[in-house]
Ligand binder design. Structure first.
Ligand SMILES: Cc1cc2nc3c(=O)[nH]c(=O)nc-3n(C[C@H](O)[C@H](O)[C@H](O)COP(=O)(O)OP(=O)(O)OC[C@H]3O[C@@H](n4cnc5c(N)ncnc54)[C@H](O)[C@@H]3O)c2cc1C
Length: 393
């Protein structure tokens, strides 16, 4: 067994883990990231592409926004189009005076990795059998690398290991409260090397939702709602484009530049929160503690807001000797998480067709949309939630 020591052991090298490592490193706090996969595998995952205002500001503050400012696109809002009803624009600029950014998680992951490598940060990729030990006493993490057993002793463990990682399971079952909604459909997504539509666009249609997103001026991401039981092989590119274009109004459909997909995947939709986010010296951040359906694009943004709260708590502990923010981390992060769960759940209900909906459900959905069309108060509230709530002091 090889022994080592650090202040903060971070499990998971996704965006939450790497961002936390970067912020701690900038503040001189020793940490080690343990990631199960290779760097190439992590970097190739195609995921989020919509950044809330607060996420973009955090990237700017920590020197990670140069490429976003150069190659990404600032967005004033998002468009909702609805079969046989007027379009609606979530006007962030008008109601909040702020903007979001179209910028891919893959790019952020690359920039974080480059930055950490340049600063000599400690990242262990392909760490097997990662296990958390004595999280309420003298914590450590054990793992196997290249067949050799390691033990990393630490002051704190940060579980940034996503929904399937081991960190959440280290909180005893009788302490954890889990809240969950699993949706009976998924988002079938493709990536295509064609210029995107001007706006992020959500389309409500009686066949199911469709969505247009963007990664860069020559890379578009499109989604259609599909039964979760469908397989990728069931969806040829032709079938995908036919479904997408039918769900968009003619004027928008005619602007979509179709082409061969360079990636195709099915994302299941789930709302999930595990409380509390702290147990002893263990703290959960990002998808390790919660999942949102992609409607509203909150997942990556929540991972970053958790990291904001957790890095502030750890910096205050080490640099100012105060545990105030460590003690209120779970409560504070959860307030924002539940707000994002709420808007993601409402948008999911409003924009998708549920297999067991009855006419009453349909009228409710239409009434939600009509309220948006007719009420400035509702428009302002949605803009505020879509932009992302501010971080708490
Ligand atoms: C198809 C898709 C589209 C999405 N679109 C959006 C969007 O538009 N906007 C948005 O905000 N969000 C979106 N999301 C959600 C977003 O990608 C996630 O919320 C985000 O990746 C969470 O980051 P994380 O670091 O918490 O978790 P992850 O990215 O899951 O990273 C966790 C890391 O932990 C590692 N790990 C797991 N187990 C272990 C172990 N035993 N030992 C060591 N390491 C381990 C994993 O390999 C992984 O690298 C999307 C997700 C998907 C799947």
């Amino acid at each position: 067994m090889k022994d080592a020591k650090t202040r903060v052991a971070i499990i998971g090298g996704g965006p939450a883990g790497l961002m936390l490592s970067h912020i701690l490193g900038v503040n001189g706090i020793a940490n080690v990231v343990l990631e199960r996969q290779s760097m190439a595998y992590v970097a190739s995952r195609i995921r989020a592409g919509v950044l809330e205002y607060g996420t973009a500001e955090l990237l700017k503050e920590y020197g990670l926004a140069d490429r976003m400012l150069r190659e990404g696109k600032a967005k004033n809002g998002a468009l909702i189009v609805w079969e046989n009803r007027p379009d609606f624009f979530i006007d962030l600029k008008k109601w909040t005076g702020k903007q979001m950014w179209a910028w891919g998680q893959t790019n952020i992951q690359e920039d974080l990795h480059d930055m950490l490598t340049a600063s000599g940060a400690k990242m262990v990729h392909e760490a097997d059998e990662v296990a958390l030990r004595d999280v309420t006493g003298n914590p450590s993490v054990t793992y196997v690398k290249d067949g050799i057993q390691h033990r990393l002793s630490c002051d704190f463990i940060c579980g940034c290991d996503g929904f399937h990682g081991p960190s959440r399971q280290a909180i005893p079952r009788d302490v954890r409260r889990e809240f969950e909604r699993v949706y009976p459909f998924g988002w079938l997504g493709i990536l295509v090397e064609r210029p995107p539509l001007e706006n992020f666009t959500y389309a409500y249609h009686s066949d199911g939702m469709a969505m247009a997103a963007q990664r860069n001026p020559m890379l578009s991401r499109y989604y259609v709602q599909a039964p979760i039981t469908d397989r990728i092989e069931d969806w040829s590119d032709d079938r995908f484009w036919e479904a997408l274009l039918r769900r968009f109004p003619n004027d928008l459909a005619s602007q979509v530049q179709t082409g061969p997909s360079i990636e195709k995947s099915m994302a299941p939709l789930r709302s999930f929160v595990s409380e509390p986010l702290r147990w002893g010296k263990l703290f959960l951040a990002g998808d390790a503690g919660h999942i949102v359906p992609p409607t509203g694009a909150k997942g990556l943004n929540l991972a970053f807001s958790d990291v904001f709260y957790l890095s502030r708590a750890l910096c205050t502990h080490y640099l100012e000797g105060s545990d105030h923010y460590l003690d209120c981390y779970s409560e504070m992060a959860l307030r924002r998480i539940w707000a994002s769960e709420n808007i993601s759940w409402r948008l999911t209900k409003m924009l998708h067709i549920f297999p067991d909906d009855d006419p009453f459900d349909q009228r409710m959905r239409e009434s939600d949309y009509d309220l948006l069309l007719g009420s400035e108060a509702a428009q302002k509230a949605l803009a505020y939630e879509y932009l992302g709530l501010p971080f708490e002091d």
